[in-house]
Design a protein around this ligand. Structure first.
Ligand code: SAH
Length: 350
């Protein structure tokens, strides 16, 4: 019942069967959120790197083309983007790649009907997939995902006096507000041995969905050739605590207040994905900050070149460059992680 507020649906469910897990809450909230709107841009809830400047997608297109050329220009080959939003990154990346001779067929892994419709305007010839299972199996893959993993549901376990419990979402005593509560089933077996003695109140967050999709992509690369690039806000080292947050109209809001009406994200734990890639038989090429990655690929020269061609855009280009690479902006908080087929050349800039 798409007209019902998700909060009311959760209310009925929780009253009938008890609290739901954080992962269930996040998955349903984001399915509703992305399924019903275009959240991107100045008038939406948040802005992503490809929407800041064409330079972002162009650098990724050149990264892909360089790797493809060094791999011996194999063809046919597929560009597969996970969660492509408005299709802006694909448009900029594939324009830059085409200048180097790389013209792959285009596949989008996207669950939102609203965003699929926007993507179709820009890529009428693309093929859409609900998940990676149906992506072509007979050719190398060039996989890209920007702010895709951070939207996938996280699971949280919390240390209580009596042991570890799943963190759940229930109602407050007045039945007015959704809020986190501890589940009643023991979860001690799910805690890594070195964290077992953590103090009461400690929260351990994991993203089984990010690990699963990374394992699936890595296994495909190992079998078919190609490379993948995940770009997201996250950390390269393990951490404790909840990183769940909600953004609406460019402001942080209470993640539990209006489920389905705000973008729910969690920081990506890139370190946790490294062993997943190796176990699936692919090579992890490294994790870099977005700022270092883009500078290494020549974004500063690209900004200077664009400013020479259009001097009246120079101030806007300088602002966009700072936004994408500045240490206080997206440059440090955002990370890139690349992994590839071991029989492929090592990608640049990591
Ligand atoms: N990459 C775009 C959009 C980021 S927003 C950009 O950088 O601008 C997150 C995107 O992931 C949206 O397109 C959303 O619909 C999609 N998405 C979220 N959860 C998904 C899932 N489980 N499977 C496929 N796509 C998903």
């Amino acid at each position: 019942m798409a007209d019902d507020l998700l909060k009311d649906i959760f209310a009925r469910l929780i009253r009938a069967t008890g609290p739901i897990s954080v992962a269930h809450f996040m998955a349903e909230s984001n399915a509703r959120y992305y399924g019903t709107r275009d959240p991107l841009g100045a008038c939406g809830d948040f802005i992503t790197a490809p929407e800041v400047s064409q330079m972002f997608g162009e650098m990724i297109g050149l990264w892909l083309a360089d790797l493809w050329i060094r791999a011996g220009r194999p063809g046919p080959i597929a560009y597969v983007e996970a969660g492509p939003g408005r299709g802006t990154l694909a448009q900029d990346a594939l324009r830059a790649a085409a200048r180097q001779g790389l013209v792959p067929d285009v596949h989008f892994v996207e669950t939102s009907p609203a965003l699929r419709a926007l993507q179709r305007q820009r890529f009428p010839g693309a093929t859409w997939h609900d998940d990676f299972a149906t992506v072509p199996a007979d050719r190398p893959l060039l996989v890209v995902g920007n702010e895709f993993l951070d939207a996938l549901p996280v699971r949280q376990i919390v240390r209580m006096a009596e042991g570890w419990r799943e963190r759940m979402i229930g109602w407050d005593a007045q039945g007015q507000r959704l809020l986190p509560v501890a589940g009643d089933r023991p979860m001690d077996a799910a805690v890594p041995p070195d964290r077992a003695g953590a103090p009461e109140g400690t929260i351990i967050e994991t993203c089984p969905a990010a690990a699963a999709v990374t394992a699936e992509v890595a296994a495909r690369l190992a079998a078919q050739g190609g490379a993948a690039l995940w770009i997201d806000y996250g950390h390269a080292e393990p951490h404790d605590g909840s990183t769940l947050q909600a953004v609406r109209a460019h402001r942080k809001v209470d993640p539990f207040a209006d489920p389905g009406e705000a973008d729910l994200t969690a920081l990506v734990d890139f370190a946790a994905l490294v062993p997943v890639v190796a176990a699936a038989g692919a090579r992890c090429d490294g994790i870099a900050s977005q700022g270092d990655f883009l500078r290494c690929l020549g974004i500063e020269a690209r900004a200077a070149g664009l400013a020479r061609t259009a001097p009246n855009h120079a101030p806007a280009l300088a602002r966009a460059l700072d936004r994408l690479t500045g240490a206080e902006e997206m440059g440090n908080l955002f990370k890139v992680m690349a992994f590839s087929a071991a029989h492929w050349p090592v990608p640049a800039a990591l």
